[in-house]
Design a protein around this ligand. Structure first.
Ligand SMILES: [Zn+2]
Length: 287
């Protein structure tokens, strides 16, 4: 029997074990590569088809056909957004932030993709432009557009402080989805999922491993743009944390709207592209 009082005592070779070099879990040079040049050429001649202004501390849905683009722009002031994506034709296929993180890392930018849930596991959207791509990874380990956070939600606030706050991204996304589809809040809530934190600057502290946020470097006019690989239903919340420089889950932070615009490429501009098929695994699971 191990003496539990001594179970975390370092072994004699502790330093040697710590010194082992890491191995990348999913070397991503095997992933199917998006044809960014094709997408960006198609974007140049694309026509705007619509826009939605997401009010501060609220969310709105938008639809993007496969082969079209959508752009999220900071307007009025620094603001982060929480983005959900579903297959427009089947809500059971949704953005999978954990797998996206495993494949691309903690934050995503131009050329990287938002991947969908099991058993589909295919690209839903490809980032084609990001005016914050210059930011990189700062001295604190922070970067922009994270797939490590969840979405701010009223349940965690209730656990931590007993609060009843109703304009967290989780609730904003739930209301917007219910309104867009004409379903109840109870039906909409389970479809809401962990997000791409658009414009949010986050990381993990090196000493305690805690999730941190800091004031987003986003400024009005900054934008991130996506190519829809499949028919998409999007839902974007303008987080009550504003630029997330201090806190969220309250009405004290300065908050601003976010603009979503959609664009359609000209006929014939996507020659050779086709919407990706569902994942090729045969789903027999060894039986
Ligand atoms: Zn939020």
């Amino acid at each position: 029997m191990t003496d539990s009082r001594n179970s975390s005592r370092p072994p004699a070779d502790a330093e040697a074990r710590r010194a082992i070099a890491p191995v990348i879990c999913y070397p991503n040079d095997g992933l199917p590569k998006p044809d960014l040049e094709l997408y960006q050429a198609a974007r140049e001649g694309a026509q705007k088809t619509g826009e939605v202004l997401v009010p501060a501390r609220d969310a709105r849905c938008f639809e993007v056909p496969a082969g079209h683009f959508f752009r999220i722009t900071s307007v009025e002031g620094p603001q982060v957004g929480d983005l959900n994506l579903w297959n427009l034709n089947a809500l059971s296929e949704r953005f999978y932030s954990g797998k996206t993180r495993a494949l691309h890392g903690t934050h995503i930018t131009t050329g990287e993709r938002m991947w969908s849930s099991f058993p589909h596991v295919r690209p839903m959207a490809t980032i084609t432009a990001d005016t914050l791509g210059w930011y990189g990874i700062d001295e604190f380990g922070g970067s922009v557009h994270d797939v490590i956070g969840t979405r701010c939600d009223p349940y965690t606030g209730n656990l931590l402080s007993g609060s009843q706050y109703h304009h967290c991204c989780h609730s904003n996304l739930t209301r917007a989805l219910a309104d867009h589809l004409g379903i109840s809040l109870a039906e909409a809530e389970p479809a809401v999922h962990d997000v791409l934190n658009v414009f949010m600057c986050t990381g993990f502290t090196r000493d305690t491993g805690q999730y941190f946020m800091k004031a987003s470097p986003v400024r009005p006019g900054d934008h991130i743009e996506f190519f829809a690989e499949i028919d998409l239903l999007g839902n974007l919340s303008a987080c009550p944390g504003g630029d997330c420089s201090s806190e969220h889950s309250s009405d004290t932070a300065a908050c601003y709207p976010l603009l979503v615009e959609t664009f359609s490429p000209a006929e014939g501009e996507l020659a050779g592209w086709s919407s990706p098929a569902r994942n090729g695994y045969d789903r027999t699971h060894g039986r």
